[in-house]
Design a protein around this ligand. Sequence first.
Ligand SMILES: NC(=O)c1ccc[n+]([C@@H]2O[C@H](COP(=O)([O-])OP(=O)(O)OC[C@H]3O[C@@H](n4cnc5c(N)ncnc54)[C@H](OP(=O)(O)O)[C@@H]3O)[C@@H](O)[C@H]2O)c1
Length: 292
Amino acid sequence: MGLPMAKHLLINNHEVYVYNRTSTKAMDLVKEFPSSCHVISSSDEDIQRVLADQSIGIIISMLFDYQNIVDVVFQNLDKLGGSPLSGKVFIQMSTISVEQSARLDELTGRCGGEFIEAPVLGTNTVAIAGKLQVLLGCSKELFERVESLNVLQNFGSLKHVGEKSKAIKMKLSLNFLVASLTGVLANSISLVQSNDLDVNMYADIVRDSALYFKYFDMKLPRLLNHDYSDMNFSVNGIVKDLDCIEKMAEDSKVNTNLISTIKNLYEQAGNRDEQIKGQEDFASVFEIMKKE
Ligand SMILES: NC(=O)c1ccc[n+]([C@@H]2O[C@H](COP(=O)([O-])OP(=O)(O)OC[C@H]3O[C@@H](n4cnc5c(N)ncnc54)[C@H](OP(=O)(O)O)[C@@H]3O)[C@@H](O)[C@H]2O)c1
């Protein structure tokens, strides 16, 4: 997700310092935008130099999970000491848990900076099109200030969900819909196929009914072709998110039965192939629907 997002910033004339663990992945950006794109190497010194740069006002992270953010950003800030984020806004865009978001807010404050949680709805394809929905959790004043900088708008539309923690809670609620719809669709199709019913007729009936949702035709071809290679989002990613969703449900006294069952299905999908290790599209949950 980070790559197309950085590209939108560059297209719109922002100067961008890009960090990626595998720095070669950022090289095409440097070739395309040689004067405004700077790649940060994986050395701690290089990361610290950029984090401490007073001319940089906004730091955006789009790493896989909370631990990556701590390792890449906060361990390096720690080594700098003092208030290296003074005058800066740290915008965290990954899907993480409510507690993890609160912890990053606290760490940001300790380094003298302001924190915004800004998880997104939309796949990599949506990120390439610049049409993500960016959900913001922060004070109205900070939202208006960041909105006026015209940075996050490069990724898509902005929605101020409310104060801190509201945006990540909204994102996790939405992701439960994503995970469960995909699981339910996979389960329903396996019933059709295992009972010698015509899957095309099934699809036509759904399309002509009130049951139809746009997502149905996005996921159906993947399932019918058993094609999980061109990844929208990984099985490991959806398991990570379901962990956060389960915890949020427990804390807000919401029934966790369905959440735990769906998480268990994706865990099974992640364990189904020792070679792939959950690094395939999460639609592969379809593969574990049929009992041996
Ligand atoms: N993909 C989606 O459809 C989607 C939609 C909405 C939200 N999200 C959320 O957005 C975030 C990023 O998703 P993504 O799909 O871009 O994930 P991804 O393809 O797995 O990329 C994650 C990034 O994290 C880096 N990373 C992973 N482990 C690391 C480590 N130990 N140390 C340093 N860097 C590490 C990766 O570096 P390398 O390139 O070196 O591996 C990569 O830059 C996740 O929190 C995800 O839940 C994803």
